[in-house]
Design a protein around this ligand. Structure first.
Ligand SMILES: CC(C)(COP(=O)(O)OP(=O)(O)OC[C@H]1O[C@@H](n2cnc3c(N)ncnc32)[C@H](O)[C@@H]1OP(=O)(O)O)[C@@H](O)C(=O)NCCC(=O)NCCS
Length: 149
């Protein structure tokens, strides 16, 4: 297993991770391109041999805060602490770049992800009604979660 910085050739691999990890509303290729090439965004990809197994993208909101736009691990690698490594690694980069706060949005009923973020020290800061267009487990709502770095 290897975690490294994103290069343009990884776009298809990220698309495949998104579509394998998210049951509802994975990013399409245009959304991925917009996200990973947005100003000052940074993306890490995880591979095992030639297989794409996980990724994380963070996009600055302003000079102090960064939004974790997406983090995903393909199902067969879930539960093996790759998500932990991806989040720890991107937070290290965020901190080194001088940002003070990490922010993210997570679906109200994505209990696995909420548990994952709580483990990493994020706290719920806001309830976002109808934040998503497509429902997941009957809900379009989300929580905003934040962590001081
Ligand atoms: C969320 C996600 C990235 C976590 O990655 P992962 O590699 O499976 O998680 P890890 O093995 O590193 O687990 C880290 C912690 O997350 C929590 N967690 C992971 N799987 C869990 C599960 N099935 N149930 C409850 N908590 C879970 C636990 O706190 C775990 O720590 P512990 O093992 O010490 O108890 C992964 O489940 C995923 O890709 N989910 C689909 C995409 C998604 O929902 N992304 C988040 C969008 S906001």
């Amino acid at each position: 297993m290897n975690i490294r910085s994103f290069v343009s050739d990884d776009l298809k691999g990220i698309y495949e991770i998104e579509h394998s990890a998210f049951d509802v509303g994975p990013y399409n290729i245009d959304e991925i391109i917009e996200m990973v090439f947005s100003k000052d965004a940074f993306t890490l990809v995880a591979t095992d041999s030639d297989e794409y197994i996980g990724y994380v993208t963070a996009v600055p909101l302003n000079e102090y805060e960064v939004d974790i736009e997406s983090i995903a691990v393909i199902p067969k690698y879930q539960g093996r602490h790759l998500g932990d490594s991806l989040l720890d690694s991107i937070e290290e980069i965020i901190k080194k770049k001088g940002y003070k706060k990490s922010v993210l949005e997570v679906r109200e009923k994505n209990y696995v992800a909420i548990n994952f973020y709580l483990k990493h020290g994020y706290v719920k800061s806001e309830f976002l009604k109808n934040y998503y267009c497509i429902p997941y487990k009957g809900s379009k709502n989300a929580f905003r979660m934040v962590k001081s770095l």
